[in-house]
Design a binder for this molecule. Structure first.
Ligand code: AMP
Ligand code: ZN
Length: 513
């Protein structure tokens, strides 16, 4: 994965050329190649990442539609955004992140003529008003993101707060002839895809092929079946706004992201992300709207996250496997275990969520926890027995190279576990490290954690404290009975929870490190 473009000799060929600015830049890149490379959905290639403004990155992520609690699949997409931000920051870049909240105009089907507004549908089913639903789900989403340790983006705008910005783009599109009015009283507005030359550039869909595949009962208001709504009028729609097009209008789904991206990041963004399902039509439509309105490129790098599967297939209500963060916690996992499961797989590879995979992620974190406990409680050796410096250098290089290579989190985390194994096995039966070596390893684990953020354990719940008390007491009994195998077993269990046991004058105590 991610080796498609690795040919730096191309730059060398430029050596003999006159030293104009471009050539100087190329030679500099040859000496210090810009490290980060991403797969760009738009070009279908791995490309060296170069922000438009040196040192700054403007990034937009399609956020949740706040009609039902986001599930583990959504969090694969959202936590990828967090990982990306942290990797960019590790590279010294200043990141401005926007993740929107969709609370209007997102239909249950891609084809909005036959679908139903998700917010309204949920509100009606629950006998609430859509604003209540939006508020409740937004709170849940924000709580989940916090528990999953996603850094809050600089902006988390709500679609319904940006109707004026959407109307501004719609007016521009009408003025430029990229959109047309249609339907009763000309109150519906559609984007005319055939007027946008690059329509289909992102997804590979072609306007003529879309026509051939269109449903028979197409909306007669549209000039072309692939045209999409920018603004709709419907007096029965609960969430509606007054505009010059009529009393009761509301936006189409795609326009919100063009409007909010423009407001918070300007006309051209460095990176735009979302799940792979959004490539078409959503992102294709965003490009068409934004570029036709501003005349500038909308996004330089498009990055899409492969869909998470559950139990080998699509999540569905009927299968009862649309899992939320709470469902995961109810099964005895911490949110950081889920974070690790979702982030450590390369974002473009398939990932199948099962309870076994959760146990596996938890086990991996427990190995890290136990390693940290050992490092923090080890009596330092006087002399070095292992060449830790060299190990750390290699691990850090492998860690960075993997992340630079299209965010290969699988390889980056494998490098860290490689270090753990090497340190554990290099010293023979027991760890033998100097104070300085221990500090160096802990410092590197800190660097790892600045990206993956899984090392700090969650606060213990009262029942977990009781369980630890019980284990500690059992360990004492085992020791009194000289059953050292059992007492070691319990020690390992406790270490995996970052718990160390100490003998004090007042008796046996435990604490977390
Ligand atoms: P929605 O709330 O449906 O608008 O989706 C919010 C985000 O989650 C979008 O970027 C989707 O592409 C993404 N998403 C939805 N389902 C999955 C999944 N199973 N795996 C990965 N991303 C998903
Ligand atoms: Zn969007």
């Amino acid at each position: 994965m991610g080796r498609e473009r690795r040919n730096w000799t191309w730059f060398s060929k430029r050596r003999g050329r006159r030293l104009d600015c471009v050539a100087v830049e190329s030679i500099l890149e040859e000496i210090h190649p810009l490290p980060l490379q991403f797969y760009n959905t738009a070009t279908r290639k791995i490309e060296v990442f170069k922000p438009a403004e040196s040192g700054r990155v403007k990034m937009y992520h399609c956020g949740p539609t706040v009609y039902r609690r986001p599930h583990v699949g959504n969090y694969r997409a959202f936590l990828f955004a967090d990982l990306l931000r942290r990797v960019l920051e590790r590279r010294g870049l200043r990141v401005t992140q926007v993740m929107n909240l969709t609370d209007v105009g997102h239909f249950t089907q891609e084809d909005e003529d036959h679908g139903e507004d998700r917010m309204e549908m949920e509100a009606r089913n629950r006998g609430l008003d859509p604003w209540q639903v939006a508020r409740e789900i937004t709170n849940m989403f924000e709580g989940d993101m916090k528990r999953l340790r996603a850094k809050p983006p600089e902006h988390r705008p709500r679609a319904s707060d940006h109707i004026a910005e959407m109307l501004e783009i719609i007016e521009l599109l009408l003025k430029r002839g990229a959109a047309y009015r249609s339907g009763p009283e000309n109150a519906n507005i559609y984007y005319e895809v055939s007027r946008f030359e690059n329509y289909g550039g992102l997804s590979g869909n072609r306007v003529d092929a879309l026509e051939a595949g269109a449903r028979i009962d197409i909306n007669p208001e549209k000039k072309h079946p692939a045209d999409f709504a920018l603004w709709k009028s419907d007096s029965k729609h609960i969430m509606k706004w007054k505009s010059r097009f009529g009393e009761h209008g509301f936006p189409g789904w795609h326009i919100e992201c063009s409007a909010m991206a423009r407001k918070y990041l300007g006309d051209t963004l460095d990176i735009h992300t979302g799940g792979e399902d959004l490539i078409f039509p959503h992102h294709e439509c965003e490009i068409a709207q934004s570029e036709a309105a501003t005349g500038k490129p909308f996004v330089n790098y498009w990055m899409h996250v492969k869909f998470l599967q559950v139990d080998g297939g699509k999540m569905s209500k009927s299968l009862g496997n649309v899992y939320s963060v709470d469902d995961v916690v109810a099964r005895g996992f911490e949110p950081r275990h889920l974070r690790f499961l979702l982030q450590r797989a390369h974002y473009r590879t398939p990932l199948n969520f099962t309870w076994d995979s959760m146990r596996d992620a938890k086990g991996a974190i427990e190995r890290l926890d136990a390693f940290v406990v050992d490092l923090k409680t080890l009596r330092p050796a006087a002399a070095a027995a292992v060449a830790v410096d060299e190990m750390l250098q290699k691990t850090r290089a492998a860690f960075d190279a993997a992340l630079d290579d299209d965010m290969n989190a699988a390889e980056a985390t494998a490098a860290v576990f490689g270090l753990l194994n090497n340190v554990r096995t290099a010293g023979g039966a027991s760890l033998k490290l100097t104070k300085e070596q221990i500090e160096l390893i802990l410092a590197f684990l800190g660097e790892f954690d600045a990206i993956f953020d899984v090392l700090t354990p969650e606060e213990l719940a009262p029942e977990e404290r009781a369980e630890i008390d019980r284990l500690v007491a059992e360990r004492q009994t085992a020791r009194q009975n000289r059953d050292f195998a059992r007492s070691d077993e319990i020690r390992t269990k406790l270490a995996a929870r970052r718990v160390v046991v100490e003998d004090t004058k007042e008796g046996v105590r435990w604490r977390r490190v």
